[in-house]
Structures are given as C-alpha cells and as structure tokens.
Design a protein. Sequence first.
Lengths: 659, 79
Amino acid sequence: MLQQTAATLLLIGFPNAGKSTFFNLLTGGNRKVSNYSGVTVDMGRADIKSDSDGGIKLKLVDLPGIYNLVPASLDEGVTVKALLNLEGKDGAQKVLMLLDWQRIEASMSLALAVKDIVGSDNIAIVINKDDSAEIDPARRSELEKKLGCRVLPLSALNASPKTVEAFIRGLDLSSQVEPVKKLQITKEALEFLPAGDHSARLAVIDDTKSITDLINWYHQKARDVLGSLSRPNDEKSRLTQKIDRIVLNPWLGGIIFAAIFYFIFDAIYSWAGPAMDLAEGVVVGMGDFVGNYLPEGHFKSLIVDGIFGGVGGVVVFLPQIMALFFLLSLLEQSGYVARAAVVTDRIMGVFGLNGKAFLPYMSGFACAIPGIMATRTIPNPRERYATLMTLPLITCSARLPVYILLIGTFVPATTVLGIFNAQTLSFFFLYFLGSIAALVIAKILRLSYFKGETGNFIIDLPLYQRPSVKTAFIQSWKKGKTFLTKAGTIILGLSILIWLLSTFPSANPELLEGKTPEQQAGISLEQSMLGTMGRTIEPVIKPIGMDWKIGVGMLVAFGARELFVSAMGTIYSLGDVDEESTPLRDKLMAETWSDTGAPVFTLATAWAILIFFVFSLQCTSTLAILRRETGGWKIPMIMFTYMGLLAYGGAYIAYNLLS
Amino acid sequence: MTLNDIKVGDTVCLDDFSHNQSVYFKLISLGLLPGDQVIVMGRAPFGGPISIKHGSETFFALRRSEALKVQVKTSTKAL
C-alpha cells in the first residue's frame, strides 16, 4: 500500500469570516486580510508550517467566501468548483468549514449545506471570532454531537497555530472528499462554473423556488441546531451601532468620508515627506561617495548617472508607498470600507454602477491589478466590465512618485482657504480627477455597449474592530518589499538600458570642440540613440509643452509608471556636469530649453505631465491581467486607446489653460 | 407596506417576499428569512441605501429599489 505523504484541506466559509487570517496563521502566508466581504477572489495554496516531523504534510487551500452553494459571481464559482472538484485534479482530504461566531446562525447554514453534499465524515468545523471564549467545552461537545463532526472554536487573530495543527492532525485525513449527493443549482449559476459535463456532480434545476426554499430550509435548520446556544455578547454590536449613527448619518457621512481620504493624502505628504528627504539625502550621499572612488569614464557614469540617478530616484519614494499601504490597511481592517460603499452608493448608482463597484475601485488606489481581480465579485457581467474597463483610471500607487516629484517641485506649499495645503489639494485633485473620469466613462459604457439594469445591492456591514497595527505593518512592509524588488530588477535593468541608449553612439568629437563641458554634455545626449528617438517624437509632444527628454520619460513610462522618474533621473544626471550630485527636484528646476533658455518645467508643463499620468494606461502588468480576465486582447487594446486619447487631450487642455 | 416605508428606529417583521426571486435569493443567503425582525437603522440622503439591523449582531445595507421589493408587517412581539 502506498504511504500517504500529504493531505489537502479546503477552507470554506462566509465572506469576511476570517478564512485568510486563519490561512495566514497556519501557513505564515501574507494573504491580504481586511474587514469587508469579497477580499479573497482567487484560490491560495500553501503548506502548513509545522515543527513536528514525521507527520504527513498538510496543505491548506484558501478560497473566496460564499453565502450558499449556488454561485452568483465568478469568485463564488471558484469555491464551488474546488468543493466539487469539478476539474478532476488531486482532490482534498477534508473540508474545513470556517464559521463566524458573530454571524453564527447564517454561517452554520452553509456548513449544513456543505455537510449534505460531501457527508459529515468529510468536514470539520472551525468557529472563528470567538474572541472571549464563549464556546466552553460543554457547548463544544454538544455541538459536535448534533453535527456529527469535530468542532474547534477559536479567535484566528490570537490563536496558537500549534493548537490548530493538533486539531487538524487529530482528524481522519485518509480518504478523499467525494460528493455523496448532486448539488442543485440554477441555470444562471452555470456560467460561473467551468464549462464541461458535470452532470455526475451537478443537477441543474429550472425551478428557482425549490433552490431558494432549500437555502431557507438550511437556515431554519441551523437555528434549530444552535437552539439555546448563547449568542455572542452584543457589546461590539452596540459600539457598531454608535459608530454607524455617526458615519452613516445622512449629513455627516459624506463629510467624514471626504475627511478620511483627505487625511490619508495629507499624511502621505506631510508625514512621509521628511522620511523622503532623508532617503533622498542618503541616496545622493551614497552616489557621491561611490563616485569619488571611481575613475572618470563610462563606468563611473553608468554607476552614478545610470544606477544612482535612475534607481535611486525611484527608491526615495519608499516611505510614501509604505505610508499609503499602512493607512489603507488600517482603514480596511476597521470595517469602515463597507460603510464607505454605502455612503457612495447613491453616486455609484447615478453612474450606472453597483454600490459593490466601490470596493474594487478602492483596491485600485493601491494597484489596478487587485482591483481588476476584485471585479469578480460583481455578479452582473455588464456592470463588471464597465467597472473593470475604467478601473485603471483610479490613481494607483505607481503614480505616486510622479505626482509627488512634480507637485513637490512645482506647486508652492502655500495655505489655501485657511486650512488646506496647496500641495495636498493638488494631490487630492488628481485623485479626484481620476475617480470622476472613471465614473463618467463607466456611465458612457453603461449607456452604450454595456447597457442594462443595475444589479441588486445588498451588502453586509461587518462589526467594527480595532485595526491591528501589526497587520498594517506587515501589509505595508510586504508592499515596500515588492516596490524595492521592482526597483532592483525591472527599474534597474531599464535604467541601465536608458543609460546605454543615452550614452551611445558617442557624439562626433568635432562637434564637441571648443564647447563648455555643459554644452558638450548636452550635445552628447542629443546625438545618442535616445536623443534621436526623442527628437523623432518631439513634434507630437511639443503641443503639450514637453521637450524630447520628457517625451522619452513618458515613452519608457509605458512599461511602468515609476520609470518616468528613473528615466528623468538618468537623463538629467548625464546632462549635469557639477561635481556635487543634486536631488532630481533641483535638476528639474534648472533645466532650460536649448534655443530660448527659458525653463522647461513651468507650472503648465508640470500640470500637462500630471494630467497625462492621470489618464494614461502606462502599465504592462495591467494589460497582461486584463487580457487574462477578459480572455483576449480586444478589451485591453480598447482601454489603452481611449485612455491614451484622454491623456493627450487632457494634457493639451491643461498646458494651454496654464501657459 | 414595504421596507422602504419604514421610519428610522422602527422594528418590523419581514413578510413573505419570495415573489421577487432575485432579491429573495440574496436576502435569504444572508440569513434574512421571512418572519424575522429587523430594525431600520438609517437612511442615506438623496435616496441612498437603507441600513438595517437583523437579530442582535448583524447589520446590512440595501438600496431603496431593493427595499421596495421587500414586504414587511408591523412587529407583533417586542425585541
């Protein structure tokens, strides 16, 4: 007989029951956790970390939350597919049902439904959020008797992984989970499941009522099973009620919403500012230090101009990136985000979108990629596409370096209307402009190509909880690491490429004769490959106030937006002949047009660049994910084109209004 | 009487609302069953969503267009 070496466990439960927190606890993983429904939209697998040797390897699969077994959106389809093993891969040995003690009756109904499909031998129940250990041993064994399976109450936020592992190892993990009964689903639910003949595991029912009646029956049965089991204490519920009375207040709600986001942008600006100055000082100092030890020549130029100028220019934005993710994580964990969806629902409705679209848009402030993935939670495909196609207009964190660099350099830090900082306001305006453009375009799509009724909006509002600073730090650290990795790989590689292109071919020595070092540097740059490319595109970008150097920066930024900053760093470092390195900000201010001697970067040019970045789809990763999520190049190409036209048009208007 | 007619602070019982299958499906999935008591907690301005409390611990919000489809009757027993 073959010795069993591994066992797989599926994690199934309500949205926001804490599956990812539980998953992270056991696997040491960093799945994103928040306090609202629909954060996990794909499958995550990892091994359970274990100190005990000899035991079999345990693999845990984190799945998107479901309310019942009839999928109503793509993410729910992922879970049902895994439960029934529709793709016929290596199945699981156990289903771990993760119930939510705060919603015990409702989440118990799902456990009962799953139990009927796979049999009570194949499931075990974990009751999460039992923060004050209300389920005592007597209650626990009573539940186990009634349900016919093992039950473990815990609080995934502060449970010991060892206890949980012991519980799992105590289960019988030798047999494969096989459905013992066909799952009844509606015809509509089929479109969220993979194509193919699943008639052995699924029964498609025309009569929707018998399916809803069944769901109703499971809820009734869950109430019977729980019977007199005491409900969670309602202290948290009272607090939630108190906070909601303020944040969902008809008049205060909108003001609080705007204030929270203004505060976040202001914090990125004011708190992270000094940290950024420090980082900038360190980078410049290191560049000078290393430069002193290198002989004059191409190698020194590659290191100082190419790498310190390029990569260093981007790395200094690490504090801001980390600050943004830290604050977003605190906000998401608190439970406020679902309320924000309620506050903004009226506006979303005007633009033909489901209130649920707020949540993917909200993820888009961090990065378009998780935002695009999160649109899977929107059941109606037309609304989903309208959301997905406008999502990259939401200001993501990759635009931050460009915004901070240009606003910090060219917008004066004056106080407006007594309390607002002009720089923060500019920042806020760019975020606002991107968001409003997303909504307007979504409306246009909903009136034309993706015409149709708006799907229903019923959202669960989680209880408020104190956000964990530790989780926020982990999230922010993780994003910081991703950012640094990107800087150390893609941005480093492209900075070297930009340096090569802007150094070779060398200028004809005759041209350099009798010129000042400054002029020589300028001529060399113009004669290089990059200079030739830049001058070719100059006629196109001159109407929006940019010279060829900025044009080159814009061009490389189509790979990834941060590359604009690194390209500017390299190009201006080469043109800079001073012994002392200066921060990129000073170099930008010193740059002049070669023919007139007027500064290149005026307020008008800076705003033209900013507006261009608000609209343009400059991210190859986003294009790749769009292709995957929409199944072809058609949608990504349409998006690339419309966003490019908006960007150019917007920049043209901004430049001409301000100059 | 529908859920949309209820004042903030009032408690009502959900009546049978299974005639509208899509709203019914969504509500019972969340555990809101006919006969259950809910309290209207708030109404967002300009026709925004209505927030409700169900049982002692769970909170939801739904659009007015959805609330219009949910029949309710005055609660017979006090909470």
